[in-house]
Design a protein around this ligand. Structure first.
Ligand SMILES: [Zn+2]
Length: 153
């Protein structure tokens, strides 16, 4: 589980879907029917989906996730290794312009609420934590058609 990201992704997907790993891979239960001496059906029993192997896949995924560092998301035995100390490089951050715009709008609203409150206005922003914020992206830039070479007459 720790050394195979592809397997981990599949077991994780199975868990999100609420199905076993073997079912994700195409397994379907076979039902065994039992008949009495006169040919009448007396019982039917489908194969078990969550056998010990399937339980072990989910337990292994849980154990892997529990081994991850709460700060960086890497396995602790990697990011806490003494040999890594002082050798990690952090590149400059990138900015999410959507989140920035939403934070700016929320800040503007809070400033407005405060200015109204300072003038003795109504209690503003009391339930602002319950607001859902959306956004619109600009229209995609119109594509520029490359000019074709002038035709010869
Ligand atoms: Zn870490």
């Amino acid at each position: 589980m720790t050394s195979d990201p592809g397997l981990r992704a599949e077991v994780s997907l199975a868990r999100r879907l609420g199905i076993s790993y073997k079912r994700l891979k195409g397994w379907e239960p076979v039902t065994t029917y039992t008949y009495d001496g006169d040919g009448r059906l007396v019982s039917s029993r489908p194969e078990v989906e969550w056998d010990e192997t399937e339980q072990a896949w989910m337990s292994a995924l849980d154990a892997y996730e529990a081994s991850l560092c709460e700060h960086c998301g890497l396995p602790r035995d990697v990011c806490h290794a003494p040999t890594l100390e002082g050798r990690v490089k952090v590149p400059p951050p990138s900015r999410c312009h959507v989140h920035t715009a939403m934070l700016r709008a929320q800040n503007d609203r809070a400033s407005y609420n405060q200015s109204v409150a300072n003038k003795g206005g109504a209690r503003m922003g009391q339930y602002d934590a319950a607001l859902s914020w959306g956004f619109t992206l600009p229209e995609p830039a119109t594509s520029v058609t490359p000019t074709s070479p002038a035709r010869q007459r």
